[in-house]
Design a protein around this ligand. Structure first.
Ligand SMILES: Nc1ncnc2c1ncn2[C@@H]1O[C@H](COP(=O)(O)OP(=O)(O)O)[C@@H](O)[C@H]1O
Ligand SMILES: [Mg+2]
Length: 599
């Protein structure tokens, strides 16, 4: 939770130090398009320069004469012709329009291509992240962060950066023109600018700090919203509406106060700019008029000076706001880059890819979760399963049964000990190939938004329609699916129909049938079913288990009586193992459970 959480202040201070550098890793993603970007920058510079032609020529206009009044014989100066200056002005507009169009077009090419690459890369990274990463971060927060961060980045690349460069160019050109036009007036003007600059930096920092806090609180409140909505039945069933309202309200309150605080700073900043700039302009006009009166300054120079001063002031004000936007975008970029550059799951691409026979051995397996190192979840666990055997795992909730299946799937590496598949250390295998030999039917089956056909095909995307129907038949699912008006094309998931637990379970079984795994894991697959659908599911499972090594986690003993071996886990330790009859005879934990459940 360190990176995506929000209340670890000392962590964040550390983050901010390298933030800029880490954000700069984005250049790797822009660099394929740097040619276009560079041309875009040139157009940007050209359009900025031509837009400076406006105040220059308008100033010039005041020094021109009616063309008929110009004495062409004596020292003809082209800038004295009012109409000619006007034509030039139009030329400048047209050039500016042309450059601006291409600036926007080229920047959007670079931005959109970069963002496409970034989105793909972020998705690829996330999908290849180790499961332990998802233990540490909230999924809702993660996805909304990525969405907002990408938006911020789009704004940065498309407008903020261009504006920033344009404003600075305006500042530089305006300063040069002002200094050239009247050094004396320029000195008065520029003596105010450094003060503005220093205050801009101070304001910018304060605003950034506050807006980051507000952003974090907003992410937190969004994740509560998501949690509550997706678990609305839970909230109501526990009558926890007021608890959730307080929880959400607290974050909302924080967002409000932080945003208002940041608004006060921004307001102060705006006021400061207004006083600073208007004050400066008035002083300059007053001094300028004095210079006009003594004839040290010409009217056209004065007008030009005033116009450029206005441009300068506006650009300076703009830079302050842009600075805030840039800092926000740097924060967003940094977080995106952290995701993109984080460690992927070690996949051992060059490892063994051979199909498994289905022998599994656990040797002295010890395990704890990184996020909870104080809880030893599995302890000195030894287990040997032959190919095709079914092994049942029994034990109270929290005993470590599901953890054991996670270790089989190599979602985590054991903290100590080794897992062997067909006598070979699990770490020797190519991880994806290893997983392709296994299938899991969990208690809560997640169906994707799509058709039932697509959901079954998830077990093997290359399967033919015929194979899918066959799998559905084996899974006892064919008949109920065909009973829907749309049959296999019935939509399920968020926008589709709701299936019962037993129906979902059978779709998951059909998926597993298609996958045709050597090792099958059933994690309380029938626990939440009523007895009628349990029977249908159990029948399907029995067919699925045939010829495969199967790990059956169950708390209903009736489903595991015929297992080749039953092990009893308690607090991560194997306390009993044997067949049903052996364990009943033994008279321990299992015998106890058995007499309660089976009578
Ligand atoms: N992702 C996780 N991160 C930290 N602790 C976990 C995680 N999953 C499970 N645990 C803890 O590990 C222990 C065993 O959990 P689990 O294997 O799910 O038990 P079972 O399936 O037997 O009910 C429990 O104490 C549980 O709180
Ligand atoms: Mg479990």
């Amino acid at each position: 939770m360190a990176r995506f959480g929000s209340n670890k202040d000392e962590k964040r201070v550390k983050l901010e130090k390298g933030a800029y550098k880490r954000a700069m890793r984005i250049f790797k993603f822009i660099s394929p398009y740097k040619g276009i970007f560079f041309i875009g920058i040139i157009f940007l510079i050209l359009s900025s320069i031509t837009s400076m032609g406006f105040p220059y020529l308008v100033g010039e206009l005041f020094g021109t004469k009616d063309p008929s009044q110009i004495d062409t014989n004596v020292d003809w100066k082209e800038f004295e012709d009012t109409n000619l200056v006007m034509y030039l002005l139009f030329g400048v507009f047209i050039a500016n329009a042309f450059f601006s169009f291409f600036r926007i077009y080229l920047f959007s090419i670079v931005t959109e291509k970069t963002l496409r690459d970034l989105r793909n890369r972020a998705f690829e990274k996330l999908i290849h992240s180790p499961i332990s990463f998802f233990d540490k971060s909230k999924v809702g927060e993660l996805s909304s962060r990525i969405a907002t961060d990408i938006n911020l980045l789009q704004e940065l690349l498309m407008t903020t950066l261009a504006e920033f460069i344009r404003q600075w160019l305006t500042v530089i050109i305006s300063t040069a023109v002002i200094a050239y036009t009247s050094p004396r007036l320029a000195i008065i003007m520029l003596s105010i600018v450094p003060i503005v600059l220093i205050l801009t930096i101070i304001f910018g920092k304060a605003i950034k700090r506050l807006s980051k806090k507000a952003q974090d609180a907003a992410a937190e409140s969004n994740s509560i919203l998501g949690e509550v909505l997706s678990g609305i039945k839970n909230v109501k069933a526990f009558a926890n509406e007021s608890y959730e309202m307080v929880r959400y309200g607290n974050y909302n309150e924080t967002i409000k106060s932080l945003s208002i605080k940041s608004a006060i700073w921004r307001g102060l900043f705006a006021s400061f700019i207004i006083i600073g700039m208007f004050g400066a302009v008035s002083i300059v006009i007053w001094q300028g008029v004095l210079l006009l009166q003594t004839g040290e300054l010409e009217m056209e120079e004065f007008i030009r000076f005033i116009l450029f001063t206005v441009f300068l002031g506006a650009s300076f004000g703009g830079i302050g706001t842009l600075l805030g936007a840039i800092q926000k975008a740097i924060g967003a970029t940094e977080r995106l880059m952290d995701i993109i550059y984080q460690d992927e799951e070690a996949k051992n691409e060059n490892g063994i890819t051979e199909d498994l026979k289905g022998n599994v051995t656990f040797e002295n397996i010890g395990f704890f979760y990184e996020t909870r190192p104080d809880v030893q979840v599995l302890n000195e666990l030894n287990l040997n399963v032959q190919s095709g055997q079914s092994i049942a795992i029994v034990g109270p909730s929290g005993a470590g049964k599901s953890t054991l299946s996670s270790l089989l799937l190599r979602f985590y590496n054991p903290t100590s000990g080794t897992i062997l598949f067909d006598g070979i250390n699990a770490t020797q295998y190519n991880i994806q190939s290893l997983r392709s030999n296994m299938a899991i039917v969990p208690q809560d089956v997640i169906l994707f938004a799509g058709t039932i056909l697509e959901n079954i095909a998830y077990g093997n995307v290359d399967a033919t329609e015929k194979q899918i129907f066959e799998a559905a038949k084996i899974a006892n699912a064919f008949d109920f699916i065909n009973a829907f008006p749309d049959g296999f094309n019935t939509l399920v998931g968020d926008r589709g129909i709701q299936l019962s637990g037993g129906q979902k379970q059978r779709i998951a079984i059909a998926r597993a049938v298609l996958k045709n795994p050597k090792i099958l894991i059933l994690d309380e697959a029938t626990s939440s079913l009523d007895s009628e659908s349990e029977q249908l599911v159990q029948e399907a499972l029995d067919r699925l288990m045939e010829g495969r090594t199967t790990f059956v986690i169950a708390h209903r003993l009736s489903t595991i009586k015929n297992a080749d071996k039953i092990i009893v886990l308690e607090k991560g330790k194997l306390v009993e193992s044997g067949t049903h009859d052996e364990l009943v005879k033994h008279g321990g934990v299992y015998a106890n459970l058995s007499s309660i459940q089976l009578g």
